[in-house]
Design a protein around this ligand. Structure first.
Ligand SMILES: Cc1cc2nc3c(=O)[nH]c(=O)nc-3n(C[C@H](O)[C@H](O)[C@H](O)COP(=O)(O)OP(=O)(O)OC[C@H]3O[C@@H](n4cnc5c(N)ncnc54)[C@H](O)[C@@H]3O)c2cc1C
Length: 389
């Protein structure tokens, strides 16, 4: 029997439900407390699930989600293909992944409470309770898992001096378009370093498609993104891609302002010094947010949630948290650093662009399966026993 019996999971996004499911598999009863009043159906843009994330999701019983995306074709602003990187991924909408996980968790008997925004915790010798914004307090549990995203409250409760997210210099936008007017790209996602911004798109056999763009921009909090009308963002994006030989202008023209999804400032957390304190521990973006350029945010969140559950299955919570951090930290920080370098290329100035374009073929040649295996081939052995340090 697991030494930990009960867990409070704060946050019902992606890491939260995966953690609850994995904890159940480990014999630990988990209850999810989500700040939002309702579910997150229809919210968010596109994300990719890498083979390593796919494998972690398999361990909690989530089968295929989204569309296959088996290659990335990288082009320059002249439309010339620099390289094609073959890598089986799944392309999905955050809302679809979220809904599948939510249904799976609720179906497995996980209790999910909405409208409960954690503001504090109360810890005692026997357990921990979550204190919510409306003044209500949760039942006592053995541990509290902070799966509350990049602006985590649990992170601040663990360490009041914890770092704030770092802005990459890029804003993220995207949309799903019915009738893209382009030939299907099959299972390929096309991406291009334009002269002023980064662009990606995929078009499907049914005529629909999806695009995303990363637009260099001086620091812009969410407030600025929200207060600027979508028409204006579409206009600015069109300006950024004018003259580039990529189908950005065509796709922007076919995007209704109401359909534009702004994912806001692209941010990460390169190093969170403290992942746990007492009975509290972080999982997912709260501990190791990586910018969307990695294509690994959801995958790493799923991996960490499963690893945490394994550790809690086999060890008392203090040792489990240490073992979990030891298993995860170097890996996630390597992915975050890699994505940060990619962002620097996307937000490069005129000189940086020349250097980037000159080096692009070399970097592309380096992205061989052998060199990326550390990232994509990572598999968690659920059955293996987790040992204390
Ligand atoms: C609404 C939304 C849309 C997103 N869209 C995209 C996207 O388009 N593309 C992309 O690549 N990534 C997107 N992400 C981020 C991506 O889903 C995450 O990087 C990744 O999946 C890691 O998941 P996570 O569960 O750790 O964090 P998140 O997915 O951010 O989930 C955190 C959850 O915790 C809840 N929460 C926060 N604070 C509290 C609190 N104090 N008390 C209780 N609950 C709390 C939040 O409401 C949220 O549901 C989005 C995240 C959110 C929340």
């Amino acid at each position: 029997m697991a030494p930990t019996r009960t867990a409070i999971v704060v946050g019902g996004g992606i890491a939260g439900p995966v953690a609850a499911l994995a904890l159940r598999r480990a014999g630990i009863e988990a209850t999810v407390h989500e700040a939002h009043d309702g579910t997150a159906d229809g919210v968010g843009g596109a994300l990719s699930i890498a083979p390593n994330g796919r494998a972690a999701l398999d361990l909690v019983g989530l089968d295929r989600v989204g569309e296959p995306m088996n290659a990335i074709v990288l082009q320059n602003h002249r439309g010339r293909t620099v390289t094609e990187i073959r890598q089986p991924m799944q392309f999905t909408w955050r809302a679809d992944l979220y809904r599948r996980l939510y249904d799976l968790a609720v179906g497995a008997g996980v209790r999910v409470h909405h409208g409960q925004r954690l503001v504090d915790v109360s810890e005692s010798a026997t357990g921990v309770r979550a204190v919510f914004a409306d003044g209500s307090v949760s039942e006592e549990a053995d541990v509290l898992v902070g799966a509350d995203g990049i602006r985590s409250t649990v992170r601040r409760l663990i360490d009041p001096a914890a770092p704030e997210p770092r802005y990459s210099g890029l804003l993220g936008f995207g949309a799903r378009v019915e009738g893209v007017g382009l030939p299907p790209t099959g299972d390929r996602m096309y991406m291009a370093f334009g002269r002023r911004a980064f662009f990606g798109y995929q078009s499907f056999a049914d005529g629909s498609g999806v695009w995303f763009a990363n637009l260099p921009h001086p620091y812009a909090g969410w407030d600025e993104v929200r207060k600027t009308p979508n028409e204006e963002w579409l206009h600015r994006l069109a300006g950024a891609f004018s003259g580039d030989a990529v189908p950005a202008l065509e796709l922007l023209r076919r995007t209704a302002p109401a359909d534009l999804v702004s994912s806001g400032p692209m941010e990460d957390l390169p190093h969170v010094p403290q992942w746990h304190r007492g009975r509290m521990v972080l999982v997912g973006d709260s501990a190791h947010a990586t910018s969307p350029s990695s294509g690994q945010g959801a995958s790493l969140a799923a991996e960490s949630a499963v690893e945490l559950a394994r550790a809690l299955r086999d060890l008392p919570y203090r040792q489990a948290f240490a073992a979990y951090e030891r298993a995860r930290r170097a890996r996630v920080e390597r992915v975050i650093a890699e994505a940060h370098r990619t962002n620097s290329g996307k937000a490069a100035g005129p000189v940086g662009r020349l250097v980037r374009d000159a080096l692009l073929p070399l970097f592309a040649r380096m992205a061989t399966p052998a060199r990326t295996a550390w990232k994509f081939d990572h598999r968690i052995d659920w059955e293996a026993r987790v040992l204390a340090a």
